[in-house]
Design a protein around this ligand. Structure first.
Ligand code: H2U
Ligand code: ZN
Length: 338
């Protein structure tokens, strides 16, 4: 008899079409590999050397205003530039390239250098949600922008260049790979079943409850059935909304609330400020209605079994398929129990 808790199996991610290998019996193997530094140093509320603190000079030479809430600026080292000349080339169907215009911004969540989402006040985090909506709409109004990716790299382990609470916004012409794959899956599902993929998925998870970690009237936070990262979490809007601009005032506060709950749980898991990459997936900004799109966010945290042992995506994962040991159900149970 097949046992989900013990027997190796693979699970399908219906959003991307990828399979993940689940090997629950491997959790007991010893670890003699790399160990991460235990805890980041305690930060001051204001750091005179921080590029993002109010009133300080940035690396590009510009000076930040004495901001008191959120603050947005154009990334001084933008990966995408608005005036990129048009170009497309194709050699034999193998060497294919095209120019990619876009805009990159940085959004500081708070003037306080030592905060993280997990310890912000709900009304202050609501202002961050309002800023995300404002940026989404502002960038969407640009006819050259087809997709707006909002993401936060939290913690040095995830490559964040600075502990000051902030996120990045990269907006470009073409929906990027992950978004394009999710869009194709959601569109095909809607076409085939006449319903939204994530609406149906959220119903299944709500009814079962085994992978749900947190919820409020607007959002469900769960470890997806197909999670790759050990403590991966997906936030799903309970209502069918294509993007954050469709959230009501209450919906924006519910988003702030679920973000606080999830990040606070993460911080309690290994008693450290939990590193992760988080970002929203939502309706492309090409002007179409996109009924297939269902607003959601992914949290991809690297920690595996303690504050100092992280998951590496190498070896089999680079060459073949992602793999996990602890089951998504076990991960959800641990997060729920905190
Ligand atoms: P990350 O911590 O996720 O790397 O985001 C910080 C961004 O801030 C990064 O993209 C930008 C970097 O280019 N930045 C500036 O635009 N100006 C600065 O003075 C420092 C950092
Ligand atoms: Zn700072």
């Amino acid at each position: 008899m097949f046992n989900w808790k013990k027997d190796p199996h693979r699970r399908l991610n219906p959003l991307t079409g990828d399979w993940v290998l689940v090997s629950p019996h491997r959790t007991r193997r010893p670890w003699q590999g790399q160990v991460e530094p235990a805890a980041a140093p305690v930060q001051p509320e204001y750091d005179p050397k921080c590029y993002l603190c109010p009133g300080n000079s940035r690396a590009g030479g510009k000076r930040n205003p004495a901001y008191r809430s959120t603050f947005v600026f154009e990334n001084d080292f933008a990966a995408l530039k608005p005036g990129t000349p048009v170009h497309a080339s194709n050699r034999g169907g193998l060497l294919i390239a095209e120019s990619e215009p876009g805009i990159c911004r940085v959004l500081c969540f708070s003037p306080k250098h030592n905060l993280t989402i997990a310890n912000m006040k709900p009304p202050d985090l609501r202002k961050v949600v309002d800023a995300w909506v404002g940026q989404y709409l502002d960038l969407a109004a640009n006819p050259g922008i087809g997709y707006v990716q909002i993401f936060e790299n939290r913690g040095a382990m995830m490559g964040a260049s600075n502990p000051h609470p902030h996120c990045q916004i990269w907006a470009n012409r073409t929906p990027p790979n992950e978004v394009a794959r999710e869009q194709a899956s959601q569109a095909a599902w809607l076409e085939r079943r006449g319903r939204c993929l994530l609406c149906e998925y959220a119903e299944i998870e709500s009814a079962k409850g085994v992978r749900v970690v947190e919820e409020n009237p607007g959002f469900l936070a769960l470890v997806p059935f197909w999670a790759v990262w050990p403590f991966e979490i997906m936030l799903i809007s309970k209502r069918h909304l294509s993007a954050i601009d469709r959230l009501s005032g209450a919906g924006r506060s519910q988003l702030a609330d679920i973000l606080l709950r999830v990040t606070a749980r993460y911080d309690r898991l290994f008693q450290v400020s939990f590193p992760y990459t988080m970002g929203f997936h939502q309706r492309p900004t090409d002007g179409a209605e996109h009924p297939e799109w269902h607003l959601h966010a992914h949290f991809y945290p690297p920690l595996l079994r303690s504050a100092t042992v992280r998951k590496f995506m190498v070896g089999y994962e680079m060459l073949a398929a992602p793999q996990r040991d602890i089951t998504p159900e076990a991960a959800a149970a641990r997060l729920r129990a905190l």
